[in-house]
Every structure is written in structure tokens, then in C-alpha cells.
Design a protein around this ligand. Structure first.
Ligand SMILES: O=P(O)(O)OC[C@H]1O[C@](O)(COP(=O)(O)O)[C@@H](O)[C@@H]1O
Ligand SMILES: [Mg+2]
Ligand SMILES: [Mg+2]
Length: 349
């Protein structure tokens, strides 16, 4: 299979008359170049000194920073020097960095997601969001990142796994590119990804079951009850504990991912960050026909209050994500959990 190169794809999409499109394309090209440096380091693992260790510092959310987290942040920040980017915000930096004051874009990034998997040889990734930069005499750079996700111009993520991949949406569809060793660049492998709207596969960290609210427990209980329960079919479970590998699987095979709020200290809004994790994923998933909510409300309509704010996250196959929201409104799921109605097959997701 051989589709367009990333460069050719971006060139075709800049011809659409949107005056920010060439700037967005330039940013994506630069991020892709930096991602290939990250890929090389990850491929070598512990054999590359850059891969190892931690100085024991924490990021603004309190997570331990690995040296690789810090290095990836530096690589992505430096690749955007000279790009049409006014502000750069990162999971690893408390405040946004001001770059080109004349530029019209703002980039938010998690330079390396899944840090806890670095040593395990499990897929990890980079996720980014491109927004219009907001300018004005009284506007702080952070304001650009407090726009709802529905204002994103583009979003994407790289997965450093058995294949190095780029999942990208410029709006109007989501594409998947794979790095071609033969050509030395990203090549389109899946055009206009379409997530199946029904699924029988869920991904959640089950060890947190006792900390979840009732609606999430009921949803999972019903999946676990399988063909003997109200869903009347068996479900499979996946948990890689690497958000972007999980998102990639769901884009290709369908499924639902949940990282809900829970009762542990610090997890009242889940674990994932709205601005540079949930928003770009929601944009990509919706553009592939799926859905993304904070368990109830569409992620892309949430207005961030702070740069590093967390958000409960459910995304993937549309009918399943919608079903999770219904357990919150009516935990009894009248007509859907009652066996009689289940047997009649009404309202079945
Ligand atoms: O270890 P847990 O609680 O299951 O969390 C796993 C989640 O945390 C993440 O690793 C995010 O953490 P980081 O942003 O700190 O790397 C996701 O990739 C993954 O889905
Ligand atoms: Mg992360
Ligand atoms: Mg990270």
C-alpha cells in the first residue's frame, strides 16, 4: 500500500483557500521532523544515554519527569523556532513560551505521553493541538490555550511503536501516516479513517473500580456480564496504559477508552489533561466519526479554565460513548438494562 507522502498530502490541503493552512502545514512538517529524532532515541532504548534516567524533577502536574520527557520537550520547542508559531505550551512547562510575535498559531503539546512505559518497550507517543493565537494588548499567551477544542485548526499524534505513525486531522477527516523506511518519510496508509460506531471492546484501568462513581461501575458491570447481561453480547477488554497507542487501536479497530474521574486524591477530574491530551484526541476521533466526552459532555465544547487542567475522558465508537453518558443521566437505564426490554432489542447500543 502506498499513498501520498505527508508533504504531498499537506500541499494538497493547503490549496483549499484557508489562509492559515500553509502555516499549519509548516508546523506539522517541523513536528514530524522532530518526531523522527525522538523515534531514533526510542529505537535505541537504554543503549542511548538520552533515553535513561531522571533528575527527580516534577512537571507542573506533579508527575516525575524523565530525562526523555525533558529532552522531547526541548526537541519539539526548538523545531518550532522560526516556524509560524506565536506560543508554545507543553505538559513539561508551567507557562507557555512566546515564540514569533507576528505569527498566528499556538501549539500545545504533550511531548512524550506514556512516560511510565518508557522502560517497558511499550508504544509511547507525542500528541499536539494547533489553535489560532489570540492577540491583544491585555491578552496573556495562556489565553490562546483556553479556547475550547472546537477552535482547533489541526491536531495529531505520533506513536513510537513497532511502526512509527502519525495520526493527523486538519478537520474534515482523519488520516494515518506510517513512517516508510524505504522512502525516509511519512506515507499515508489509511485515508479518511472511519471508526465503527458499534463495538464490543473497552479499555479502562480496572484496578480503579472501587474508586469510580456508580455510572462508570454500572457501565463496566454490564460489559463484564457479557452475553448473560443486558448487553447480550460478550465484551473484550484492552488496557495498554499508553493513551496514544490506545487511541490508534480504536481508530483502526473501534472500541471505547475511558479514564473517568475517581475518588483517589488528585483524580477528581481523572488523569488526562484537557488542552494537550483530550482536546487533540477528541478532534481526531470526531473527525473519524467517533465521539469524545468527559463522560457526559462533548470534550470539544468544554472551555478550559487553566492550561494543565485535567478532564475525565471517554472516547471511541460513537454509540458506546453515548451509552456511557446515558448511565450518568439514568443509572437504571430504563428500557436498556431491564432484561425484558433488552430481549426485545429496543434502544440497544
Ligand atoms: O497508570 P494509569 O493510571 O493507568 O494511567 C495511564 C494513562 O496515563 C498516561 O500514561 C498519561 O500519563 P503521562 O501523560 O504522565 O505520560 C496515559 O498514556 C495512560 O492512558
Ligand atoms: Mg501525557
Ligand atoms: Mg508527557
Amino acid at each position: 500500500m502506498s499513498g501520498a507522502t505527508l508533504e504531498a498530502y499537506l500541499a494538497s490541503r493547503t490549496a483549499n483557500g484557508d489562509d492559515l493552512a500553509p502555516d499549519v502545514a509548516a508546523v506539522i512538517q517541523r513536528l514530524a521532523t522532530a518526531a523522527l529524532v525522538v523515534r531514533k532515541i526510542i529505537n535505541q532504548g537504554a543503549l542511548d544515554t538520552a533515553f535513561n534516567g531522571s533528575r527527580g524533577d516534577s512537571n507542573p502536574d506533579g508527575d516525575l519527569q524523565r530525562n526523555l520527557d525533558v529532552l522531547c520537550n526541548e526537541l519539539f520547542l526548538s523545531c518550532l523556532q522560526g516556524a509560524p508559531v506565536a506560543y508554545y505550551a507543553s505538559e513539561e512547562l508551567e507557562k507557555p513560551v512566546a515564540l514569533d510575535p507576528t505569527a498566528r498559531l499556538a501549539v500545545a503539546i504533550d511531548p512524550l505521553d506514556g512516560s511510565s512505559n518508557i522502560d517497558n518497550n511499550v508504544s509511547i507517543g507525542t500528541v499536539f493541538s494547533v489553535l489560532p493565537a489570540l492577540k491583544g494588548p491585555d491578552l496573556d499567551p495562556t489565553q490562546s490555550f483556553l479556547q475550547p477544542g472546537n477552535q482547533q485548526l489541526a491536531a495529531g499524534f505520533f506513536v513510537y511503536g513497532p511502526q512509527t505513525t502519525l495520526v493527523l486531522s486538519l478537520g474534515k477527516g482523519t488520516e494515518i501516516f506510517i513512517f516508510s523506511n524505504r522512502l525516509g518519510c511519512f506515507v499515508e496508509a489509511y485515508k479518511s479513517v472511519d471508526i465503527p460506531e458499534r463495538t464490543s471492546e473497552f479499555a479502562i484501568n480496572m484496578s480503579n473500580y472501587r474508586h469510580w462513581e456508580e455510572a462508570i461501575r454500572l457501565y463496566v458491570d454490564d460489559c463484564l456480564a457479557g452475553s448473560e447481561g443486558p448487553r447480550e453480547r460478550d465484551f473484550n477488554m484492552r488496557w495498554i496504559a499508553s493513551l496514544l497507542a490506545e487511541a490508534y487501536r480504536i481508530l483502526v479497530c473501534g472500541g471505547i477508552f475511558l479514564y473517568p474521574a475517581d475518588g483517589r486524591k488528585g483524580y477528581g477530574q481523572g488523569r488526562l489533561r484537557l488542552v494537550y491530551e483530550a482536546n487533540p484526541i477528541a478532534f481526531i476521533i470526531e473527525n473519524a466519526g467517533g465521539a469524545a466526552t468527559n463522560s457526559i459532555t462533548r470534550v470539544l465544547d468544554l472551555v478550559p479554565k487553566s492550561l494543565h487542567q485535567r478532564v475525565p475522558l471517554a472516547f471511541g465508537s460513537r454509540r458506546e460513548v453515548e451509552r456511557v453518558a446515558r448511565y450518568h443521566v439514568d443509572p437504571n437505564m430504563i428500557g436498556e438494562r431491564a432484561p425484558l426490554f433488552g430481549k426485545r432489542g429496543l434502544f440497544r447500543a
